[in-house]
Ligand binder design. Structure first.
Ligand code: NAD
Length: 316
């Protein structure tokens, strides 16, 4: 194609999409209707997963809840059914185990139908310095926080592609876009989850499958208990997020089909600065914000023996 024509088309589209994004900053997009959509949430037994399930049930969606913690998952199911006549299906699934994911996915397809909104939310944190992190915990972080996304997407994306309708949601973290000390395996696995979802976004858009949406969620600490004991130095700048606020922001981002959700919003400035300032300036900024010591008082949940995967049980 003629270079001048090609460049003009590019500039025209670029300007159009720039103005479109400005427009949507001022006037939020119309929220989509999720009535009757089959929403699968991994890690639905507690925290964010539970709240997201309750919120999507309120919006009229059919819920499929997955968790390794059977009791907590059943409790989420009960909490939803107690309030409304919703369709909710709970399955015990170890998302770190590929065979388990494929087996339970087949069961869901037979018993409930094709999942149209997949929320990869299950996650774990180790919270130890790199050399103090046992190998099996590094593997566990990757299996749950990143690899499981590959298996769930492999299981449910084909039907979405066939119907040209669906939404994949990756619950990553601020730690998926910025390295944080004491979280090497968590950060690396969350970066992997972000990279996987972003790559899939481009792959799907270039396939012209524009009706399959992707949302990548990167929040700072949320008060769910996962980062128990973690502190923030300046709550006004970087607050520990309330569960309710985080869950509602995620639901809104999904309904408005946003690609990225980074909360709190102040982090957009910090991330922009990260691209342009020197490493020493970055460390100074991290120290000023107290990010270097935020994990100092972290209380490790794993010591309580929760959420053991099949691999971990075998290793003991
Ligand atoms: N809490 C935070 O500060 C925070 C911040 C950023 C991102 N996130 C992310 O949000 C997501 C939800 O976290 P949360 O804060 O609600 O914590 P949470 O511990 O309450 O929820 C995590 C859920 O994942 C489940 N899970 C763990 N291993 C599993 C496995 N092998 N198979 C199936 N389920 C498994 C747990 O049973 C639990 O119900 C996670 O991906 C987490 O990394 C949390």
């Amino acid at each position: 194609m003629n270079v001048v024509l090609d460049t003009s088309i590019f500039l025209g589209k670029f300007l159009y999409y720039f103005l479109e994004s400005l427009f949507y900053k001022i006037i939020p997009k119309k929220k989509k209707d999720v009535t009757g959509e089959i929403v699968l949430i991994t890690g639905a037994a507690s925290g964010l997963g539970r709240l997201l399930a309750i919120k999507f049930a309120r919006l009229g969606a059919i819920l499929v809840l997955w968790d390794i913690n059977e009791e907590g998952n059943m409790e989420t199911c009960r909490m939803i059914k107690e309030k409304r006549d919703a369709k909710v299906f709970a399955y015990t699934c170890d998302c770190s185990n590929r065979q388990d994911v494929y087996r339970v996915a087949d069961q869901v397809k037979k018993e409930v139908g094709n999942v149209t909104i997949l929320i990869n939310n299950a996650g774990v944190v180790t919270g130890r310095e790199f050399l103090k992190t046992p190998d099996h915990m590094v593997e566990r972080s990757f299996h749950i926080n990143a690899m499981s996304h590959f298996w769930t997407c492999k299981a449910f994306l084909p039907a979405m592609l066939e119907a040209n309708h669906g939404h994949l949601v990756c619950i990553s973290s601020l730690a998926g876009i910025v390295g944080i000390n004491g979280l090497s395996d968590y950060c690396a696995s969350k970066f992997a989850a972000c990279g996987f979802a972003e790559s899939l976004y481009f792959e799907l858009k270039l396939l012209q499958k524009s009706k399959i949406e992707i949302t990548i969620v990167c929040p700072y600490f949320i008060k769910t208990g996962m980062f128990e004991g973690c502190l923030t130095k300046y709550p006004l700048l970087l607050p520990l997020l309330k569960q309710e606020y985080a869950a509602q922001s995620i639901v809104n981002a999904i309904l408005e089909e946003q690609l990225y959700l980074i909360i709190p919003r102040f982090l957009h400035i910090a991330l922009f600065l990260k691209q342009i300032i020197s490493p020493n300036m970055m460390i100074t900024m991290a120290e000023y914000l107290g990010m270097d010591i935020s994990l100092a008082s972290f209380i490790e949940r794993q010591k309580l023996g929760e959420f053991q995967t099949k691999t971990e049980r075998k290793q003991q």
